[in-house]
Design a protein around this ligand. Structure first.
Ligand SMILES: Cc1cc2nc3c(=O)[nH]c(=O)nc-3n(C[C@H](O)[C@H](O)[C@H](O)COP(=O)(O)OP(=O)(O)OC[C@H]3O[C@@H](n4cnc5c(N)ncnc54)[C@H](O)[C@@H]3O)c2cc1C
Length: 462
């Protein structure tokens, strides 16, 4: 009998299909890291090839896992039980750019930043900007409903996707558009983490580049007072384009690596970006600086030019990589609290990390109340590994107790599936399971992701 891989190869050719263990190793992990090999992988050039592969997978009862750049932080792109990985790496083109209507049709493997770089000459940009934007893809961003520093004012990926082309569980090519009357199927697909279909094209909204962008840095004595300032800024009804906090540990690491000019003697720094017309930006900075000072800012300064603005952002977005200077491994938690609880959760995280004898650094989208504590450890030490698991869980519980939730932007994937039932009832999960059932009754796409296993979720069939 023909094997799964040989059927794929006969249909699509050896240049599209990979089945040797050494070729498959690259698909066995993402940035969360799992180490599970698929039975085969394809690197298709178009939706038609994906449709053929999906039909073969279905006939062979092999699960199908879509994959962008593999920068996901919850095991979403990692095959949980063999099956087929569909790498979208080759489908990385801007298919159509409509400057007048400010929209583009793009393939899923297009790297996020490549889109904004390619269209900057027209005075427009693509707003969702995950810190991984130099590597992560539009398809992966759609899969996770990615956020980023500028999503505070511009919204997350779901606010910028106007339509989707996807391959369904029958291998057929389907289209959605937010202009369609009836249910918002585009919205359902965004953030579905590859469980409902494989996105083969996205039509995205583009925005006009602002007249002026000002990036300011305020130093605070500690992360709690920086958090108070963030609550006060939003409470005053002002929404800058970004409000990011880095604590002392992260600031030291990024300065040692990037030399961007962050104040190294601060207990925490607040990175504020204001964008718009020149006079609005000037007035906005004056108001924000006054609020920051009222809440304990020790200093406030605006970057002088584009080079300095770029350096500050490169350091902020490269913070996770800079941690490599401190320890061999880090675990990045992703959770949310209401903004007013930021000082409290910062205090709680500090206590949890101390209890587990783990260094912790905080770098986060403060304006959204979206936390990213980085627990620093050495995976060769079993005690530290267990401590990270326990501390990560305690942080999630603390966030929930403060009215928050278990993920702000990284998604649920494999890592957090068992914690979904901490924030949703059995009825909620069953309703979500019904949506999945409509798209993919055979549960071909990305099984073992998002939904808790049967043990903790009686009503959701797997
Ligand atoms: C250093 C670092 C910083 C990060 N910063 C941020 C941040 O600021 N904001 C943020 O939101 N995330 C961030 N992330 C997480 C990650 O980059 C995002 O989740 C990103 O959207 C993943 O894109 P990817 O192309 O790597 O997708 P992958 O990791 O390959 O896949 C992610 C999920 O999407 C699914 N998927 C991929 N392609 C498709 C497709 N074509 N159709 C359907 N489903 C698909 C996969 O099955 C998987 O479930 C960061 C990660 C790192 C390592």
């Amino acid at each position: 009998m023909q094997t799964f891989a040989s059927r794929l190869t006969d249909a699509l050719g050896p240049q599209v299909v990979h089945s040797e263990p050494e070729d498959l190793a690259v698909y066995a992990f993402d940035a969360y890291s799992q180490d599970r090999l698929p039975s085969a992988a394809i690197v298709p050039s178009d939706a038609r090839e994906i449709g053929i592969a999906v039909r073969i997978a279905r006939e062979c009862d092999e699960p199908v896992v879509p994959r962008g750049a593999g920068t996901g932080l919850c095991g979403g792109a990692v095959p949980s039980r063999g099956g087929l990985v569909v790498s979208l790496a080759r489908m990385n083109r801007i298919v159509e750019l409509d400057v007048r209507n400010r929209r583009a049709r793009v393939q899923p493997g297009l790297v996020n930043l490549d889109l904004s770089n390619a269209i900057a000459q027209h005075g427009i940009f693509y707003a969702p900007d995950p810190s991984s934007q130099k590597t992560s893809t539009i398809g992966g961003n759609v899969g996770t409903n990615a956020g980023g520093p500028h999503c505070l004012s511009y919204g997350t990926t779901t606010n910028h996707v106007l339509g989707i082309e996807y391959v369904d569980a029958d291998g057929e090519i389907q289209h959605t558009s937010i202009d369609d009357p009836g249910y918002d199927l585009t919205g359902v697909l965004v953030g579905s983490e590859g469980t409902l279909g494989i996105v083969t094209e996205a039509t995205v909204r583009l925005l006009k580049l602002p007249e002026e962008v000002r990036v300011c840095v305020a130093a605070f004595g500690d992360v709690e007072s920086a958090s108070e300032a963030v609550s006060a800024i939003i409470g005053a009804g002002i929404v800058p384009t970004a409000l990011e906090i880095m604590d002392a540990l992260i600031t030291h690491a990024v300065e040692a690596h990037f030399h961007a000019g962050y104040p190294e003697n601060a207990g925490a720094v607040l990175l504020v970006e204001i964008a718009g017309a020149h006079e609005d930006v000037a007035a906005g900075e004056a108001t924000l600086a006054a609020i920051a000072r009222e809440h304990g800012a020790l200093s406030w300064r605006a970057a002088r030019d584009q080079a300095e603005r770029d350096a500050l952002w490169a350091a902020r977005k490269g913070a996770a990589g800079a941690i490599g200077r401190i320890a061999p491994n880090y675990y990045i938690q992703d959770a949310c609290v209401p903004r007013t609880r930021l000082p409290e959760i910062m205090h709680a995280i500090d206590g949890i990390a101390r209890d587990h004898r783990l260094p912790v650094g905080n770098v986060f989208h403060a304006g959204d109340g979206n936390l990213h504590p980085l627990l620093i450890f050495d995976r060769r030490d079993a005690r530290q590994v267990q401590a990270v698991v326990d501390a990560g869980t305690e942080i999630l519980h603390a966030c929930i107790a403060m009215g928050g939730t278990i993920s702000g932007e990284h998604g649920i994937g494999y890592e957090k599936r068992e914690t979904l039932s901490l924030v949703f009832s059995g009825d909620d999960l069953a309703a979500m399971g019904n949506v999945r059932e409509v798209f993919d009754p055979a549960r071909l796409f990305n099984p073992d992701k998002i939904f808790p296993s049967g043990a903790t979720c009686g009503e959701v069939k797997r």
